[in-house]
Design a binder for this molecule. Structure first.
Ligand SMILES: Nc1ncnc2c1ncn2[C@@H]1O[C@H](COP(=O)(O)OP(=O)(O)OP(=O)(O)O)[C@@H](O)[C@H]1O
Ligand SMILES: [Mg+2]
Length: 244
């Protein structure tokens, strides 16, 4: 069974189809890159997958569980880093993790071990007693990442995890994502960083104007376009310039 199945997923806002019949699946252990220009529908798709936005049509199966029919069962497998950090501004950095960890049912002892480790890896230890509201933009992103991964979910959904994050921390995040997937867990990541896609992703889906236009491995899409740099691959696919 695939970790994640997205089935003809559609979201309309009035007459406008932000996401239009998107279908793809992600197997366990994959790092799936979800790419597309601004406004293509990435965040809207991810929000339907993690259940904060109701689809107009279609469905999502998470480990076989429908987000429509069994939203709680489906969501239990997920760790989510939303586009807008989604952290609690009135709690400190450390409290954000502890509070969320308790909500997710992590045993006290484990939580006491994991929290400082994560803060340390992401360079947030110094800020552990600072209100999340007072963190810099990049620090908020890192805290949101820590929160997504804290309870070691089966599937991580990351909406631009390294956007606005400094070089050292972005590197740390990428290494944590790689380790995560090599342990057999699944990651879906949206990013505008094409180098990052080449480094990380086993497969990518490209969405444009609400429609999924290509799904394949980085190598397949390189072959299809005759390009080596993934930035060129991406531009050609978006422009519809595909080699015969
Ligand atoms: N609640 C909403 N009401 C109306 N339109 C919306 C709403 N949410 C998103 N949209 C529209 O849906 C489209 C897709 O937006 P979305 O945020 O999914 O894009 P994205 O691919 O994540 O872009 P970005 O790379 O900029 O993050 C955009 O045109 C956006 O204006
Ligand atoms: Mg987005």
């Amino acid at each position: 069974m695939p970790a994640l199945e997205v089935l003809r997923l559609t979201k309309r806002f009035g007459d406008f189809a932000a996401v239009d019949g998107v279908t793809f699946q992600v197997e366990e252990g994959e790092i799936f890159g979800f790419l597309g220009p601004n406004g293509a529908g990435k965040t809207t798709t991810l929000r339907m997958i993690y259940g904060v936005l109701t689809p107009t049509a279609g469905d999502v199966l998470i480990k076989g569980k429908s987000v429509r029919e069994d939203p709680e069962g489906a969501k239990a497998h997920l760790g989510v880093m939303p586009e807008d950090a989604g952290i609690y501004p009135r709690l400190t950095t450390e409290e954000n993790l502890v509070y969320f960890g308790k909500l997710r049912g992590i045993p006290e002892g484990e939580l006491r071990e994991r929290t400082p480790q994560l803060l340390d890896r992401l360079g947030l230890t110094e800020k552990r007693y600072v209100l999340a509201d007072k963190l810099s933009k990049g620090m908020k992103r890192k805290l949101a990442f820590a929160r997504a991964i804290l309870h070691e979910p089966d599937i991580l959904l990351l909406d631009e995890p390294t956007s606005g994050v400094d070089v050292m921390s972005a590197r740390e995040i990428r290494s944590m994502i790689s380790d995560y997937a090599s342990g057999g867990r699944t990651v879906v990541i949206s990013t505008h960083n094409m180098w990052e896609v080449q480094q990380l992703c086993t497969r990518v889906g490209i969405i444009n104007r609400g429609r999924l236009i290509y799904v394949g491995s980085v190598e397949e899409l390189e072959r299809l376009t005759g390009e080596k740099e993934f930035e060129e691959v991406f531009v050609r696919l978006i422009k519809g310039e595909v080699a015969e």
